[in-house]
Design a protein around this ligand. Structure first.
Ligand code: FES
Length: 312
């Protein structure tokens, strides 16, 4: 048997010029152009998805661009495989599994001769596919990078409470000194943030009237509780649930999540449950017109502990 007759192509019953090795499309150049167009559109859609994700576009835009990218790139690949690859069918005769040196060299020569026309003649499509997949790979990193979010910087240490902030309820109405009877409670925000996400999250504060006289909850807080009003952060120091239940008889704030209890007469020190530290107290004053206002921001971070809590 000659070397030529033992090549895989020959063993498969084919010749290098066998028509089975021709693309199945009647007009490969037209098909190639269509596939190129599909891949260009797919690449543009994929790049559009990256841009849309970067600017936080609406979900339907994200879905449309990502779906379009996958769809058109996929259609291009399917059409490539179906219309431009050798049509077959290929039937391989039984033969020894391991090729010897002669067979390998023969195959290499066939690939050089024949593969140049079948595989290497599609540099445009190969380039487009590589470009599309490359952009897709880069864009796939966007969710990871962007989902890391912005650096918190100092935001974990501060709320929107400032010196002179008016206390307002959820409707934005300022709290007047006569608004709450002794034993009453209301959730308040610094004026201007009551309807914002951030205001709802870190600024929420419970205002409780404990008496009609100035109230001192802790040493060093002599002026913080004018006319019996005391204010504490509403974020539980355990896991951040809103501490919204007030047990008037016991003068305790109760967290509904894991039942931590905070003594509001004593600086909201936890007396029961998993909360590790007191609720921060907001220093208050009553201005000349009788409105309740903040003396300053909280003197410590609100809410549960976090990785740099030790700096506070
Ligand atoms: S979140 Fe409040 S006790 Fe767990």
């Amino acid at each position: 048997m000659s070397d030529e007759s033992r090549t895989p192509v020959a063993l498969a019953g084919l010749r290098a010029d066998d028509p089975h090795l021709e693309p199945s499309a009647r007009n490969p150049h037209v098909v190639e152009a269509v596939i190129a167009a599909l891949m260009v559109v797919g690449t543009l859609c994929t790049a559009g998805f990256g841009a849309a994700f970067w600017v936080n576009a609406k979900p339907w835009i994200l879905g449309a661009t990502l779906g379009g990218g996958l769809l058109f790139l996929g259609l291009g690949l399917i059409a490539w495989g179906k219309y431009l690859m050798p049509r077959g069918p290929f039937v391989e005769e039984r033969h020894p599994l391991a090729n010897d040196e002669v067979e390998r060299e023969a195959l290499a020569s066939v690939l050089v001769d024949r593969g140049a026309s079948i595989i290497k003649r599609r540099p445009l499509l190969g380039g487009l596919l590589g470009g599309g997949m490359g952009i897709f790979g880069i864009v796939a990193l966007f969710p990871l990078l962007r989902s890391l979010g912005p650096l918190p910087k100092g935001t974990l240490f501060h709320t929107d409470w400032r010196k002179g902030s008016y206390l307002v309820d959820q409707t934005g109405r300022r709290i007047f000194e006569g608004d709450l009877a002794v034993g009453s409670i209301v959730t308040v925000f610094p004026e201007g943030t009551e309807n914002t996400d951030r205001g709802q999250a870190v600024d929420q504060t419970v205002l409780i009237r404990l008496s009609n006289e100035n109230y001192v909850t802790q040493k060093g807080r002599a002026t913080w509780g004018p006319k019996g009003y005391v204010a504490y952060s509403k974020l539980c120091t355990h896991l951040g649930c809103p501490v919204g239940l007030y047990e008037q008889q016991l003068q305790m704030l109760v967290c509904p999540c894991h039942q931590s209890m905070f003594n509001v007469t004593d600086g909201a020190i936890p007396t029961f449950g998993p909360a590790p530290r007191p609720l921060p107290q907001l220093p208050l004053y009553i201005d000349a017109e009788g409105y309740l206002r903040a003396q300053a921001d909280y003197d410590q971070p609100v809410g549960p502990g976090f990785w740099e809590r030790g700096r506070s």
